[in-house]
Design a protein. Sequence first.
Lengths: 816, 189
Amino acid sequence: MNEERRRGSQDASISDIEEENETEDTEHIPMNDLGLPPPIIVTDNGGVCSKLDDAVPNNNHPVARRRPRPNHLHINITNCTSSDLSSHESLPSHKVAAMTPISLSPSWAKPHRLIRARKASLCSTPGYVTFRNPTNRISSSTYAEELIHAIENDESLMADSPASEQMRLQTVRGMAEAMELRRNVKEKICYNIGMRSQNSPSDPTKWFKYRLKKSFRKVNCGTRELLGHFELWGSTIKSIEGRFGTGVATYFRFLRSLFLINLCVFIMSFSFLVFPQLLDRFYHWNNTTISANSSVLVLEPKTYPYEEINSTFYIVDLVTGGGWLADTELFYGKYNSHSVHINEGEYYSIPDAYFFTTAACYLFTVIVLSIKVAKSYRKNFIEMQGGFTNVYAQRIFCGWDFGITNSEAAELRKQTLYNELRELLDEENNAERSGAKTLMQRLTLMACRVGVTILVGSLLIGSGVLVWFLLARQKMLVNEDVGTLEGRQQASMVMSLVVTGVMLILPMIFSRLCAIEQYSNPRNSVFITLLRTFGLEVAIVGVLLAYWQKSSKEVQCWETSLGQETYRLILVDFFIALIGTSFAEFIRSIVYQYVWKGIGAPEFDIARNTLNLIYNQTLFWVGFYYSPLLSAVIVVKLFITFYVKQACVLHNCKPPSRSWRAAQIQTVFLALTFLAIIGVLFTLGYTMTRVPASKGCGPFREIEHAYLIIKHKLNNIDKNSNWYTIGEWMFKPGVVAGYIIALCVGVYYMRAVAHARGAMVELLRNMLVLEAEDKIFLQKNIREAKSGRWEPSPLSRGRIKPLPISSTASKQQSAL
Amino acid sequence: MGNKVVTFSEEQIDDYQDCTYFTRKEILRVHKRFRELSPSTVPKCMTGDEAHTIKVPLNLMETLPEFRENPFRKRIFSVFSSDGTGNMTFEDFLELLSVLSEQAPRDIKVFYAFKIYDFDGDEHIGPADLQQALTLLTSNELNAEETSQACTKVVEESDIDGDGKLSFIEFEHVILRAPDFLTTFHIRI
């Protein structure tokens, strides 16, 4: 029977009270002097106390006293919500409301106590006080008294330390009560604490630390407020969110975070790398004689800083990146391989600076992105357990975006919700009617999908081959001895134009193809299209890199050529993809408004735009090593992109018709970006170690491979110093193996813990279902017993006894 | 320099900062918006009792742009108002915005969401509550049969203890598995 099952597992102390309350009459619950049952207060260590003076162990509570209780079973009152009590029709709802339990410690403190009070905290939510007195049966001051006493009984909340002050703050904030009540409570508690600390002398050092922490927190708060003042484009994004929903706003937030990362990279690379090089170009040291026998080195500007560049400047060069621009600091080729004279006797080594600055910039980007990805994954996947089971409930409870401020968007949102619910209901009804697909249908669908995948694969390979062919042709044409200047300039643009065109058209083809495949879940089709477009990007960028690595020996300065390629690609993408598509959307919206409604208003395609951003960012990362000033280009480009897209969205587009699960797709985008930079870094590592640097240009012209810089630096370190011995020891093979093993053990441990927790959740869920069944069974028995129809089953005869009632409880009962 | 009207006393601002999830600047901004609703009744200086006595009626509260389009606005205001009618004092309004702000933790948002969706106030979200919510959400477009079918489906999906309605625990279970709750249940002022 149920009782035996429960006794067998002592951990399962879920609501012994629940069962108890079913079998008793409600009139035996004692009332306090105000005519209401006392609030049952659960403090954080699992103890139960009623109000005021009974702030002591379980055994004094009248309800608890009725059943002798072994020590290890705690009463989990928080599970005994008023749902059980309200099933008795005799209790009016306000009484029920006042009986609902309070648990006062903040929820974030729970994990520390879990080990101590594991059995009591099976229900992890602190039960907030559910209702302020709507009928004003208790005056608010008495209610405040009760709350204050409850708080004071919890030692951890009343201690005079910064941690418990934090907890008090959280408790006060988390109490779902009227503000006035909370202020009263807070004032009285502070007063009491002040009194207590006066009475008992406290440790002066602890007091000092406490004051320090408090002022530190205030400073923290102030800086956060100040930073919030400077949040870039905050109000703009908020207005977009109001009109178009959270999905479109996530695109703009992604754009903003990429902009900020690139801005930091630009500042770093400019100050450490480009600036010294520019200094060398514009100034030089001159030995001026001041008097007869002394001379001083003075910094003087050069008269013709650009005299060493052979070609003349054409405007077209700005677009092609060739000609005059090729010899400036924009590209790798110009950087010195020797040191630059900064000050008297101090030299700044450009090759070292180049290597270490670019390494630092990449590292910075990787760290920031990995933190973002990890946070997003944790928030959206792990904590949500990724389940799809409650589709209806989620549509109703989380369907409305509270941020919508525009009536048009609100109408659309309602329409969207209606459509989604209709779709779900129709699917339900159709599934019942038609049953599973026949074998024939399934086979055709499978064949269709395989066919489309092969088609897409061949398209990807085809575009890769096309890019290779174009690159080879271009290399041939750009060779200086062949053709005219204009011919060379045109030839170098062809590849960029073709690639950008391919990147625009193929994704549209992919999304059309996906419609043929008939995925049941529309999110799956979006996901598949996303992956395919990303594959296209990888293919194109990969071919670009591979070609130039391969032909590194055939061109004089291959790094500059690669830098020029990426520069051109970024610029052409700016003109065509950004300005071109915005213009096209503008035309389309004008046509829609004034000429012909059938064309449909343009819609902001979040996936396509975000992938465009990722493509740009990948190009930047590929090209940054070969062209440090590319960071300036991309920062300006992102800045302009924001304003163009914002204008485009606000004036041209209508809000999206399909509800966009912003949270999970955003994680996917961040993960793709992260994957892109990891890929770029691997390729860069290969380049630095295997591909020889050009002999004629660039900071590494005297070194065979770029990574040898580190080697030279290491060779110059004093072998006898302490740092060297420590460093040497840290990188010994055995020690490194030790690190890797420790990491593996750590990962395995975390995985085991997660697995165990998942198993526990499953177990508890099953127990919950069983409890529900028990409850239904017992309720049925109550009804039958009340109407005299109850027959004990032969199994239980002789085992169900009336529960022993202690004398004091019976006296209270008789007093009512 | 002229007379600078002090809106709140220092003690009040400290209290509000401690009791809500707002900073000083945000509290003053909330006061400005509150005052814009009804400049004649809400004074600039609220150092006395005005913060919890002066009420702005429900029809004026509904004109706020952030709430104008929200189908649940009447219910939200009645939940957060101290007398249950929807007429809000400044402190009620501050609390409303604090709970719906970004810094409020998930627990308190779930708690208040439960209260909002529980239209009849019986501490359970029953089929009647769900029907009312659906009607508000879709502006009466779903017909009666579809509405009841959807409500049955919700109860079927989420009810664990078999009483035919959702208690707070069950509601929380559902919300924990929804990735969009925090982003949708959020108003920025």
